[in-house]
Every structure is written in structure tokens, then in C-alpha cells.
Design a protein around this ligand. Structure first.
Ligand SMILES: [Zn+2]
Length: 228
């Protein structure tokens, strides 16, 4: 801590985790528990594009040219939303690099605010693969099933319309492993950075979502009320 007292009413959580770690469910639950918005930067950018705002038009052009959206644009978007939410927010999808983390920190300290905790959800590869590779989708109605957690009555046939159930290309084990590798490689540096700053907290996502949520809230609680 660089001498800044923790503002107990400002809960700023950065949520990190690979695809399939259950980040979406946790973000929703934390958003309700602390009554703070979830700022998913991917969704925010899509929204700007759809609304054709000045930022949205710039972003569309950038993407069309196959380039990455400038960090400043994302920072500006987050900054505006944070000004509307003085009691905190959950950041999802940002930062992804050390440069972005530094830019975020500078933006926050100019507002006399700071990140409360960076929560990193860890899920073993096997669990992610089990969750994703068991998924089957009906070719007729797109209803989804899971061979273990939500199986159809008859193997490979949709309960509703007898359509054929298929495994999407994305849900094949090798593709899932590829996505996990990409995630780990692209976030390694920023996670190290937050560990060095003393802000990173590891949570095991291999348990029930309620247990994961309890662990995260215990961490936030211990930071907000260190004497308890
Ligand atoms: Zn169907």
C-alpha cells in the first residue's frame, strides 16, 4: 500500500481467469453482492460500436483494418463508467498487459481510487476440458446439452425435436487446450505484475460456484476489514 487508505465503500475488483473458469457467473454474483456494475470491456466496446458513438465509429474502423483498439480508448470508457459508480466495479477483460495495468493505475490514482484486489480464478485444464468437451448442441434448435451434467434422454438426439446433437468445433479438446495456452501466455506478465504489487489473489475455480464465490468474498472482506 503506498500510503493510500483503503476506501471501504469503493470495491474495485479485477477478475481474471481462462475461458471456462466460471468468470461470468462470479462477476454476476459479485455484482449483486456489492451492488456494483460489471465492466466487461469487450461488451462495452461492442455497445459503443452498435450505438455508433464517436468512440464506436473509431473502434469499428480500427477493427476493420485488423488493428487492436488503442488502450487509451478502453481506459477512457472505463473512466467514464467509474465516475458513475463511486462504490466500485468489477473489471472483466482488462487489463491484459502490464502497460494496460499501469495506465489503469494512473487513471485510478488521478481519481484518488485504487484496485481493491485482482482475483485470479484457477481451474485445472482437466476440469475446463470436462466442462467444455462434454457440450453437445442440437443441429435443429441449437439447444445445448452436456453429456455428464445435462445429458439428453437418448444419446446424441435432442429431447425436444429429435434433432442430431453435435459437438461444436470450439468444444473439441485440442481447441480448448489451444485457448487455455493462449490465455496463460497472454496474461502471464500482467499476473506477475499484480503479484509483485501485492494485489493478486488466487482462487481455485475447481469447486462449486457458491464455494468459489464465498472464497472471493472472504478475500474482499479481509481487505476491507483487515482487523476482523
Ligand atoms: Zn433440438
Amino acid at each position: 500500500m503506498n500510503g493510500t487508505a483503503v476506501n471501504k465503500k469503493d470495491v474495485l475488483i479485477v477478475l481474471m481467469g481462462p475461458p471456462g473458469a466460471g468468470k461470468g457467473s462470479q462477476a454476476r454474483m459479485l455484482s449483486e453482492a456489492y451492488d456494483i456494475p460489471q465492466l466487461a470491456t469487450g461488451d462495452m466496446l461492442r455497445e459503443e460500436c452498435q450505438k455508433q458513438t464517436e468512440i464506436g465509429i473509431t473502434v469499428s474502423e480500427t477493427i476493420k483494418q485488423g488493428q487492436l483498439v488503442a488502450d487509451e480508448i478502453v481506459i477512457d470508457l472505463i473512466s467514464v463508467r467509474l465516475d458513475q459508480s463511486q462504490n466500485g466495479a468489477i473489471l472483466d477483460g482488462f487489463p491484459r498487459t502490464v502497460e494496460q495495468a499501469e495506465a489503469l493505475k494512473n487513471m485510478l490514482s488521478a481519481k484518488d481510487r485504487a484496485i481493491t484486489a485482482v482475483i485470479s480464478l484457477h481451474v485445472s485444464d482437466d476440469v475446463v476440458i470436462e466442462r467444455n468437451s462434454g457440450r453437445r448442441t442440437c443441429m435443429t434448435c441449437s439447444k445445448s446439452y452436456h453429456m455428464k451434467f445435462c445429458p439428453p434422454q437418448k444419446a446424441d438426439i435432442c429431447d425436444d425435436d429429435h434433432g442430431e446433437l453435435i459437438q461444436r468445433e470450439d468444444d473439441i479438446e485440442s481447441k480448448i487446450r489451444q485457448r487455455l495456452d493462449v490465455y496463460v501466455n497472454s496474461t502471464k506478465a500482467v499476473m506477475e505484475h499484480y503479484h509483485n504489487e501485492g494485489l493478486a489473489w488466487d482462487v481455485t475455480g475447481d469447486q462449486d460456484i457458491l464455494e468459489v464465490n464465498r472464497d472471493i468474498r472472504n478475500i474482499i472482506g479481509s481487505i476491507l476489514n483487515p482487523t476482523n
